[in-house]
Design a protein around this ligand. Structure first.
Ligand SMILES: *Cc1c(COP(=O)(O)O)cnc(C)c1O
Ligand SMILES: [Zn+2]
Length: 475
């Protein structure tokens, strides 16, 4: 049975702590100060728990008892309903805006496009979160921690969705001020409009996301601002619950594959951690395989993992190929370039954690072109609830893995759709447009030459007979 946090009298410093992911260091720090890198060796940190002292349910289905507590905002939340699996904060200190009310759809039409047997492809719609992307799963955890520390300002660098999420949490809770760093010209209007509308201080930097990421870390350090990028280990705790909800929707059966787009690699890292902990706690008996999908214009993980053989290797990552590749990108002025702006990142900050997840989940990495992404996105729209371009990389990647035979038609596959359809209407309209100029101007420079799955508007004169004829012809 599940017991509440209060019954077990959790305090923030003793049940949970921060721990360096480098096994040779493994330094630990209490949760009273945020560490975005290990003060001793510079590696990333995890939030770790003294599980023996946490009241973890005996089986995952025990969490179903939470459904009857939906009047309690903590248990209404699709994140905090699983509080016992991210117990770094007492229940009374939890911040929630009702995130995590997301759906798993069995999407047979999309499954057919991917090459799956009927009933086997599922889409997890994280765009249904309050700010329209999966980032809210992590942001509620980060803001909870920030608030616990008494932070008055929180900052992030963002390709758009992290800033929209941070801005929303700050406006909806009024707990602190949001400061967001965005690269120039690299953010979709849907996302920028949210940050502005929610009242965030918006710093538009002359540079790209990778530049903004470096700067925001410096600024946060110097001014003592709470940083909510995915180098924040508390944020990733919240994102674990995406996997808990997938399992819940599958009646606690573990699927064969989780397919997720990879940008800064926070999501894939947190999924890996979720499964490591569930396995350790005896709550699952098998682990799904993980597929992380890059855009071909931002394919650092693919390059390192699939071409240069970089592995977690029990924590002893071979850093030489990583340095060589970073130098190669620097020397040749290579910048990330994809229409899937949410994954337009060449220096993923969670690289090592993602390698760990790939090792634990027997994972693979693939890259897909913008053409493949937009074609897959059109299929998600036509067979489901739609998604933004980056999200469709998961479906395009599943199709590649299916074609290669790595995924079998009979496997049970979950593609995570990370962001809402309306985040980036420009790309959608340009794909479906009848205006060749708009098509080429918006998509042509990214190597998109055709829109095979476009649903084009039909032009009709303002005459009743013509309108009726046109409709009878097409529908
Ligand atoms: C942030 C984001 C991603 C990338 O996730 P990472 O955790 O950075 O790998 C993918 N899709 C969308 C819509 C996003 O907002
Ligand atoms: Zn360390």
């Amino acid at each position: 049975m599940i017991q509440s946090a209060q019954q077990h009298n959790m305090t923030r410093t003793d049940l949970a702590f921060q721990r360096c992911i480098n096994p040779d260091c493994a330094a630990t720090f209490d949760t009273g100060k945020l560490h975005t890198s290990c003060p001793k060796c510079g590696n990333l940190l995890d939030v770790a728990y003294d599980w023996d002292r946490v009241a973890v349910p005996e089986k995952l289905s025990d969490f179903e008892a939470m459904w009857s507590q939906r009047f309690n905002p903590v248990r209404f939340s699709g994140v905090w309903r699983f509080h016992e699996l991210l117990p770094f904060v007492p229940q009374k200190n939890i911040v929630t805006v009702g995130e995590g009310q997301t759906l798993l759809q069995q999407a047979d039409a999309v499954g057919k496009f991917v090459g799956m047997d009927a009933g086997q492809l599922h889409l997890q719609y994280e765009g249904m979160n309050p700010s329209g992307s999966f980032k809210d799963n992590g942001m509620c955890a980060a803001i909870t921690h920030a608030n616990l520390l008494g932070a008055e300002r929180a900052a992030c660098a963002s390709t758009g969705n992290t800033s929209a999420s941070l801005a929303l949490y700050c406006s909806a809770t009024q707990l602190m001020k949001a400061i967001i760093f965005i690269g120039s010209g690299k953010i979709s209007y849907g996302k920028l409009s949210q940050a502005l509308d929610y009242g965030a201080l918006t710093v538009q930097l002359a540079g790209d996301f990778d530049d903004a990421m470096i700067r925001v870390r410096e600024v946060a350090e110097q001014l003592g601002i709470y940083l909510v990028n995915s180098v924040n280990p508390f944020r990733l705790e919240g994102q674990k619950t995406i996997m808990f909800r997938v399992l819940e929707a599958l009646r606690w059966e573990v699927p064969d594959w989780i397919v997720v787009p990879g940008g800064n690699l926070g999501n894939s890292s947190s999924f890996g951690k979720a499964f490591m902990e569930l396995k350790q706690l005896g709550l699952i008996d098998r682990v799904p395989r993980l597929a992380v999908i890059n855009a071909s214009g931002a394919d650092t993980l693919y390059e390192l993992h699939e071409r240069r053989g970089v592995r977690w290797n029990g924590g002893h990552v071979n850093l030489d190929p990583i340095r060589e590749y970073n130098d190669y990108m620097d020397q040749n002025g290579i910048k990330a370039d994809t229409l899937a702006s949410a994954i337009e990142i060449n220096r993923p900050v969670n690289l090592k954690k993602c390698l760990r997840a790939l090792e634990f989940c027997d994972g693979v990495v693939r890259q897909v072109s913008d053409q493949e992404i937009l074609d897959a996105k059109a299929k998600v729209g036509a067979g489901g609830f739609g998604c933004e371009p980056a999200s469709a990389a998961s479906v395009a990647g599943a199709k590649v893995l299916r074609r290669e035979g790595v995924i079998a038609a009979s496997d049970r596959v979950v593609c995570v759709l990370t962001g809402h359809e309306l985040k980036d209407p420009t790309a959608t309209v340009a794909y479906h447009t009848t205006d060749q100029d708009v098509f080429h101007k918006t998509l042509g420079s990214r190597g998109v030459t055709k829109a095979s799955h476009a649903n084009k508007a039909i032009a009709v004169p303002n005459e009743l007979d013509d309108i009726i004829k046109a409709i009878q012809l097409y529908a």
